[in-house]
Write a protein that binds this ligand. Structure first.
Ligand SMILES: Cc1cc2nc3c(=O)[nH]c(=O)nc-3n(C[C@H](O)[C@H](O)[C@H](O)COP(=O)(O)O)c2cc1C
Length: 311
């Protein structure tokens, strides 16, 4: 089984990926949060740092692009190939209103004619492997059938299916039966994504889909950074490692961000996912969320790790 770390904008940047790689095993590929080509402009400094080869050593990283114009995609993909990346992923899943209204992310799924022409042009020009991360459809999970007919016409290296449609965002239940339809039709390797938070979810998925040999973990991995490792080799969460990982992420942000507030914002975002892993962590969790100074924050986190156990 291959396990991939999902792209999560604002969360899984290079500071996070490096610390994760340092302390935890089990991830075969890390996907970057989406990069957006801008006409006549280069990378933003966030994007430049995120894909800089020196920030992505000793792990397999797949940059993700959000685009609906083939020339934009190819231009950025080739620049990334020049930096040494061997696979580029196309985002066909982002549900955000501003993205969808521009016909990008899962908004691109609505115009299959355009999607077909996009791939024709991309595969005519591109020299690097291309994979997609797609939802089942924009409005209906049945769209996965005609979408797969398109994906099958091109030499995609992999199709990652997030088993939801646009209006499901991240909350509504995943649709495994529609995923099955896509999986059975697809001639490329298929990776499953959606709602694997714990070992029991993974086991159930494997029972339902013994033929799928790769899964992508998003929120479950942020909540439990040891999840991939536990799915492969079992074991229990280890506080010491989590703490060391946490400290490295925090220090990484302190080094690159100006001002405590920005660092605190990033760290608190992580706690929104991680806190529910701790038994009886609500009270101290509230204090962590309210902390206004980094020193206070760190003391609270020390207390949490010292006094609270995993559920
Ligand atoms: C905060 C957040 C940011 C995300 N950013 C991206 C992104 O940049 N690119 C992308 O393809 N998906 C993005 N996703 C979707 C995740 O990659 C993943 O498909 C989704 O969370 C479902 O998987 P999960 O149930 O394992 O979390 C994001 C999701 C969240 C919650």
């Amino acid at each position: 089984m291959k396990i991939y770390a999902a792209p999560m904008e604002g969360v899984t940047g290079y500071v996070y990926r490096n610390a994760h790689r340092h302390y935890f095993q089990g991830i075969d590929k890390y996907y970057t949060p989406f990069l957006t080509p801008k006409k006549g402009k280069g990378w933003t400094s966030r994007e430049k740092n995120d894909i800089a080869p020196e920030h992505n050593r000793n792990m397999t990283v797949v940059p993700q692009i959000l685009a609906n114009q083939a020339e934009d995609f190819v231009r950025m993909a080739e620049k990334l190939a020049d930096c040494g990346y061997e696979e580029i992923n196309l985002n066909l899943g982002c549900p955000s209103g501003t993205v969808v209204s521009k016909g990008k992310g899962c908004g691109f799924l609505a115009d299959r004619e355009k999607l077909l022409r996009f791939f024709e042009e991309v595969f005519d020009k591109v020299t690097v492997r291309v994979s997609v991360k797609t939802r089942l459809g924009l409005d209906s999970p049945e769209e996965i059938i005609p979408l797969m007919e398109i994906y099958n016409q091109f030499p995609l290296s992999e199709v990652i299916i997030h088993a939801r449609i646009h209006k499901d965002f991240y909350k509504r239940p995943v649709n495994r039966e529609a995923f099955r339809k896509g999986f059975l039709l697809c001639r490329h390797p298929v990776c499953y994504n959606g709602d694997i938070f714990a070992e029991k979810d993974f086991q159930k998925f494997q029972e339902e889909f013994p033929g799928v040999d790769r899964v992508m973990l998003g929120r479950g991995l942020i909540a439990n950074p040891q999840l991939a490792e536990m799915l492969i080799q079992g074991g229990q969460p280890e506080k010491q490692r989590w703490k060391a990982f946490h400290d490295e992420v925090c220090l990484g942000y302190e080094e690159i961000m100006s001002g405590e507030r920005n660092v605190l914002f990033k760290m608190k975002e992580l706690w929104a996912y991680m806190l529910p892993m701790f038994e009886d962590g609500e009270k101290i969790g509230k204090k962590i969320k309210k902390a206004g100074r980094l020193q206070e924050y760190k003391e609270l986190v020390d207390t949490l790790f010292r006094e609270k156990n995993f559920k």
